[in-house]
Design a protein around this ligand. Structure first.
Ligand SMILES: Cc1cc2nc3c(=O)[nH]c(=O)nc-3n(C[C@H](O)[C@H](O)[C@H](O)COP(=O)(O)OP(=O)(O)OC[C@H]3O[C@@H](n4cnc5c(N)ncnc54)[C@H](O)[C@@H]3O)c2cc1C
Ligand SMILES: NC(=O)c1ccc[n+]([C@@H]2O[C@H](COP(=O)([O-])OP(=O)(O)OC[C@H]3O[C@@H](n4cnc5c(N)ncnc54)[C@H](OP(=O)(O)O)[C@@H]3O)[C@@H](O)[C@H]2O)c1
Length: 457
């Protein structure tokens, strides 16, 4: 029987679902899968993106864990594709590769002053509060008034973490250093800026409603933002999600805190709609001083046009949450404009000719771009796997497909890889750290410590 030796790069949900779907697909060949992951822990953005105060996502983690714990996928954690292992290596030892490397960095926002001191990408902030090993342990929370550009779920996640009192995050799995820094935060007002209107937001009702439940935080919306045009009215009437969002916002219009007039909480979370960022102004030391934004109005078709009216919001700190962006991988085609690996339904295309590259596949955010929930990576993986299976005749013919070749290769390069048993050790260690404090887990943050614990050193 033919055997498919498959390498998957990236152990986020896309990579894990791809492995699971292939193993459960009816096929005429045997399969053996090696999963390479840059971090010493699996799950990608489920561990390092999903907010710590969203425990309902635990169900997804359990499903992903269930796949790995079956034991029919080999994991090589702490292995960076492009450095520790290359495309040439994979061609030597596998019939095909699926890239599932996601997106970790912030999309850029091209406005004057965006590179000022105290101006940050929300992705970096998220990585910090989720204890990502590759970002600094400290975060300078300095501003009383903090700005957040964007109306997606990441903007709401980051704004919520900034507005929330640290003690209300303590029961979650936030690392100790994050709690200590959030505890010192001087923030009083978080301002979220959306360039379109309430009926055109990208965030979802559950995430919005959650803001209204924060302890000692008043929601502030402004009456002037609710002068709906026909397109907005139509969206509210026909789209259930938009209708719920509008209902939540309309309730907040009735709060004493509406229009910034009153309220009793010590912190406020303002939602400014129709506010297109124009410029970040700085003080004499080059630090964020304010955000200049232009009032927009509906163009009648879901988009906006500028009104020419400029406004300025004084700020001590600014974040942009305008989307994530994929990173190029060594020797793998990359579409710089969209931040993805160019592909046709997961079959990777050559950069210059658009021809299908045999044996090379993509799935998840690096295939489709950084939009969509964890569940969407499943249908994505299904599409990619269907092509992989149908492409049997065009797979690579590796010189050495033996399973022993990979550990030997990594050992020869002095790579300290971690495996499934190692992940169980680290997982157990984190859970044990949380137990005395009645917390589900306390994440280990430094990479060398994660590796040592995993390897039992
Ligand atoms: C802040 C944030 C919060 C979110 N919250 C939710 C939520 O609550 N619910 C929900 O359904 N969805 C949520 N999402 C969306 C969800 O996280 C994504 O849909 C999903 O993680 C995408 O999966 P992926 O596997 O494509 O990418 P990722 O999850 O990013 O996984 C990619 C993996 O590849 C690895 N990798 C990257 N480069 C290399 C390399 N060179 N070598 C080896 N490995 C590499 C990475 O370390 C990572 O583990 C959130 C997204 C963000 C950004
Ligand atoms: N709790 C959850 O379930 C959860 C949490 C986090 C993330 N996610 C998911 O992860 C995915 C990524 O989320 P995301 O928030 O990064 O992206 P997103 O949903 O695409 O939102 C990006 C936001 O940035 C705005 N934006 C883009 N460019 C801009 C510019 N130049 N100026 C001003 N605003 C700009 C967009 O406005 P326009 O709409 O006008 O373009 C939009 O409001 C989404 O699918 C999201 O649902 C889910």
């Amino acid at each position: 029987m033919t055997k498919l030796r498959l390498a998957i790069v990236g152990a986020g949900p896309a990579g894990i679902y791809a492995a699971d779907i292939l193993l459960r697909t009816e096929r005429s060949f045997e399969v053996s899968i090696d999963l390479f992951e840059h971090l010493p822990a699996p799950y990608g953005l489920v561990r390092y993106g999903v907010a710590p105060d969203h425990p309902r996502i635990k169900g997804v983690v359990n499903a992903l864990r269930g796949v790995l714990d079956r034991g029919d996928i080999r994991i090589f954690g702490n292995v960076h594709f492009g450095e520790d292992i290359t495309l040439d290596d994979l061609k030597q030892h596998y019939n095909a590769v699926i890239f599932a490397t996601g997106a970790v960095r912030d999309a850029s926002l091209d406005i004057p002053g965006i590179d000022a001191k105290e101006s940050y990408g929300a992705a970096d902030f998220v990585s910090w509060y989720d204890g990502h090993p590759d970002v600094p342990r400290t975060w300078p929370l300095t501003g009383e008034h903090v700005g957040m550009i964007g109306n997606g779920n990441v903007a709401l996640d980051a704004a919520r973490v900034l507005a929330k009192h640290a003690d209300d995050l303590l029961p979650t799995e936030i690392p100790a250093n994050v709690y200590e820094i959030l505890k010192q935060s001087p923030v009083t007002d978080v301002h979220v800026f959306g360039r379109r209107g309430p009926a055109q937001v990208k965030f979802t009702p559950l995430e919005l409603r959650e803001l209204g439940e924060l302890n000692d935080v008043d929601m502030v919306v402004y009456d002037e933002d609710f002068d709906y045009d026909e397109a907005s009215k139509e969206a509210i009437a026909t789209n259930k999600q938009v209708k719920v969002i509008d209902r939540v916002l309309q309730k907040w219009r009735e709060l004493p805190s509406a229009n910034g007039a009153g309220g009793e909480a010590s912190r406020r979370l303002h939602l400014h709609f129709w506010a297109k960022p124009v410029e970040v102004k700085t003080d004499d030391e080059g630090r964020v001083a304010s955000l200049v934004y232009e009032r927009t109005k509906s163009d009648g078709a879901g988009g906006v046009v500028g009104t020419g009216e400029l406004r300025e919001q004084p700020l001590g700190q600014l974040y942009r949450a305008v989307g994530y962006f994929g990173s190029p991988l060594k020797d793998v085609p990359f579409d710089d404009r969209h931040g993805v690996i160019p592909n046709h339904e997961g079959q990777v295309l050559a950069e210059d000719s658009n021809d299908i590259l045999p044996g090379v596949y993509a799935t998840g955010w690096i295939k489709r771009g950084p939009v969509g929930l964890i569940g969407h990576t499943k249908s994505d993986a299904m599409e990619t796997i269907t092509h992989l299976v149908n492409d049997q005749g065009s797979w690579w013919q590796p010189a050495d497909p033996s399973e022993e070749a990979i550990p030997a290769l990594l050992a020869s390069r002095d790579v300290k890889w971690t495996d499934l048993d190692g992940w169980h050790r680290l997982d157990g260690h984190e859970v044990a750290l949380g137990e005395p404090e009645g917390r589900e887990r306390v994440k280990v943050v430094p990479r060398d410590e994660m590796v040592k614990i995993s390897r039992g050193e």
